[in-house]
Design a protein around this ligand. Structure first.
Ligand code: G4P
Length: 524
C-alpha cells in the first residue's frame, strides 16, 4: 500500500456519541462540527427544532415527526484528522439500527447530564460498546447548571457501568459559580470567564498556578484542588493502553451549550482515540485496515430516501483499502458483482457524491434490493465474510396480521424481506403460528407498518402486546408446554429456536425459581 493511502487511513477517527435523550448530544455534535469548520455558525445541524427535515424527501415518517429515522454520518477535518461521527438516534426513534451503528465505530463518546447522572439509554448503549471492547470517552455536560457533585458522578459511573475512570479535568464550581476547569491532563486551568488575562493559566509542578490569579482565592478552586489531590492519591492512573482496551474511560467535564471545554475535549480525544481497527472474519481470521484490497460490511439499510424511486441506501463501513467510485464490488453471499456508479457520503445534511473513501469511512451505496444488513463487500475476488452482526434482545412486541386476508401473499413476502433486512425481528406462536414482531424501539413498528403499505401493498393490523423479557433456552428439550402461561409465553424465532416471552422481570425470576433446571439466556 502506498504511504499516502496509509496516512489517509491513519488519520481517520470514526465514533458515535452515546447518551440518553436530552443529555446534549445534538448540541455537542453542532459544536464539534463548528470546530471542524463544517458549519459556519454553531447553530442547528439536525434541525430538530428548526424543521429542516420538512424540506427533505426522506420517509414520510421523518417528515411527520421531524426526526431522522436512521443514523446518518457527519464528517469534518480537524488537527490533521478526518473525523466521522455516526449519529445514534434516541427517544422513540431508538431502534436496532442504533445498536448496529455501534458495530461500525472504533470508539464512542458517552455524554452524561451532570444533574441526572447515568440514565437508562446510556446503560443500554454502553453495554453494546463494552461488549465490543471499544474505547469509551466520557463527557459530563451542563456544568453551567447546578448539577451533582463531580465525585459522586464519578462514583456512579464506576458502580453503575462497572468501568474504571480517570478524570482528565475537574470542574471549578458549577452553575452560576462555574469558573472553569482544572485540566489535569494538559496541566493548566481553563477559565470560563476571561477578562483580558487569557483563557489558560499554567499549573506548576506542585499543582499550584504558575502565575497568581484571583481564582486561587476562591473556595471553589480550593475544593477542586482538594478533589484533584484525592484523585491523584486514591484514583486510577491514566493508562493509554487500558483506554484503548475500553477498560478505563477518560472523563471530561464541560458545557456543550456554552461551548466550554469542548475544544479541549476534541483535541485530547483525537490524541487518544484509535485509528481504524482490524475486523474479525467469520472463519476466525481478521482483516487489517491497511490491506490493499477494498473490503467493508453493511451495518444499516435506509429505505425510501426518495419515495419516487423506491431506492434504498446501504451504509458500508470500510474495513480495508480504498473505495473509488466506479469500482466493481462483490457481495460473496449472493455471489454477485456490481459496478458502483452512485455512492453518497453525508456531510451535515447535504448528500454529496463521494469519489474516494478509505478504511474507517462510511459510504452509502444505492441499493435496488440486493444488499442485506451484515453483508460483506469486497473489491476483489476473495470469498469470505466478516463476523455476523449480533442480534439484539428485543423488548417490545406486537402481533401482526394482514388487514385483507386475500392479500396474505403480499403480507408474507413483505415480512420475509423486512426481517431479512434486519428492520424487525420475527417470532411466531407455537401452534396457531400467529406472527409476532419484536423490536428494541417503538419506531421500528411504525416503519414496518409504513413500508408494508408502501412497498408491499399490504395493510396490516397491529395489536400491541407490550414490553416483554425475552429469553432463549439452552436445553430446549427439557421445556414442557405446562411451563407456559399468560406470564410466560412460549414462541419460536425465525430460526425455529424456542423463546420465552416473560411478562416482566418478576415473572422471569418466578419461572427460574420454579424451574431451576431450564437454562435461559438473553442475546445482547
Ligand atoms: P440530545 O441531542 O442529547 O437529545 O440533547 P440536545 O443537544 O438536544 O440538548 C437537550 C437540551 O439540553 C437542550 O435544551 C439543550 O439546549 C440543552 N443543553 C445541551 N447542552 C447543554 C449545556 O451544556 N448546558 C445547558 N444548560 N443546557 C444544555 P432544550 O431547552 O430542550 O432545547 P433548546 O430549545 O434549548 O434547543
Amino acid at each position: 500500500m502506498e504511504d499516502q493511502l496509509k496516512q489517509e487511513i491513519a488519520s481517520r477517527r470514526t465514533f458515535a456519541i452515546i447518551s440518553h435523550p436530552d443529555a446534549g448530544k445534538t448540541t455537542m455534535t453542532e459544536k464539534l462540527l463548528f470546530f471542524g469548520g463544517a458549519i459556519r455558525d454553531a447553530g442547528t445541524v439536525k434541525g430538530k427544532k428548526s424543521g429542516k427535515f420538512a424540506t427533505s424527501d426522506w420517509m414520510e415518517i421523518e417528515k411527520q415527526r421531524g426526526i431522522s429515522v436512521t443514523s446518518s454520518v457527519l464528517q469534518f477535518d480537524f488537527d490533521g484528522k478526518r473525523v466521522n461521527i455516526l449519529d445514534t438516534p434516541g427517544h422513540e426513534d431508538f431502534s436496532e439500527d442504533t445498536y448496529r451503528t455501534l458495530m461500525a465505530v472504533d470508539s464512542a463518546v458517552m455524554m452524561i447530564d451532570s444533574a441526572k447522572g447515568i440514565e437508562p439509554q446510556t446503560i443500554k448503549l454502553f453495554k453494546v460498546c463494552r461488549m465490543r471492547g471499544i474505547p469509551i470517552f466520557t463527557f459530563i455536560n451542563k456544568l453551567d447548571r447546578q448539577g451533582r457533585e463531580p465525585l459522586e458522578l464519578m462514583e456512579e459511573l464506576e458502580e453503575v457501568l462497572g468501568i474504571e475512570s480517570y478524570a482528565m479535568n475537574w470542574p471549578i464550581g458549577m452553575g452560576k459559580e462555574f469558573m472553569g476547569i482544572y485540566d489535569r491532563h494538559n496541566r493548566r486551568v481553563e477559565l470560563a470567564r476571561t477578562e483580558g488575562d487569557g483563557r489558560y493559566l499554567e499549573v506548576g509542578k506542585d499543582g499550584d498556578l504558575a502565575q497568581s490569579h484571583s481564582i486561587q482565592e476562591t473556595s471553589y478552586y480550593q475544593q477542586a484542588l482538594e478533589d484533584v489531590m484525592l484523585l491523584d492519591e486514591a484514583g486510577n492512573d491514566f493508562d493509554e493502553e487500558r483506554v484503548r482496551r475500553g477498560e478505563l474511560t477518560p472523563v471530561f467535564f464541560g458545557s456543550a451549550l456554552t461551548n466550554f471545554g469542548v475544544q479541549t475535549f476534541l483535541e485530547t480525544y483525537l490524541q487518544f482515540a484509535p485509528a481504524p481497527q482490524p475486523r474479525n472474519t467469520a472463519d476466525g481470521g481478521s482483516v487489517n485496515p491497511y490491506d490493499d484490497e477494498f473490503t467493508g460490511f453493511i451495518f444499516k439499510i435506509q429505505a425510501n430516501m426518495n419515495p419516487a424511486h423506491r431506492d434504498r441506501i446501504a451504509f458500508v463501513r470500510i474495513v480495508s483499502g480504498e473505495f473509488d467510485r466506479g469500482m466493481q464490488v462483490t457481495v460473496p453471499r449472493i455471489p454477485k458483482t456490481f459496478k458502483v456508479s452512485q455512492s453518497t457520503q453525508f456531510l451535515a445534511d447535504d448528500r454529496e457524491t463521494v469519489n474516494m473513501a478509505v478504511a474507517g469511512d462510511i459510504i452509502g451505496l444505492y441499493d435496488t434490493g440486493n444488499y442485506q444488513i451484515g453483508d460483506t463487500i469486497t473489491g476483489g475476488k476473495a470469498n469470505f465474510a466478516f463476523e455476523p452482526l449480533p442480534q439484539f434482545t428485543p423488548e417490545l412486541f406486537v402481533k401482526v396480521s394482514p388487514k385483507n386476508v386475500m392479500k396474505s401473499k403480499h403480507f408474507h413476502k413483505g415480512i420475509l424481506q423486512l426481517v431479512q433486512e434486519g428492520a424487525i425481528q420475527y417470532y411466531k406462536t407455537l401452534h396457531t403460528e400467529e406472527v409476532i414482531l419484536g423490536a428494541v424501539g417503538q419506531l421500528q413498528f411504525e416503519v414496518f407498518e409504513h413500508r408494508m403499505k408502501n412497498e408491499y401493498n399490504s395493510e396490516v393490523v397491529i395489536q400491541h402486546i407490550g414490553q416483554k423479557v425475552a429469553r432463549w433456552i439452552e436445553n430446549e428439550g427439557d421445556v414442557k408446554e405446562s411451563m407456559t402461561g399468560p406470564r410466560a409465553m412460549l414462541v419460536k424465532d425465525r430460526y425455529e429456536n424456542l423463546v420465552f416471552l416473560f411478562e416482566n422481570d418478576f415473572a422471569l425470576r418466578w419461572f427460574q425459581d420454579k424451574h431451576p433446571d431450564i437454562r435461559l439466556y438473553s442475546l445482547l
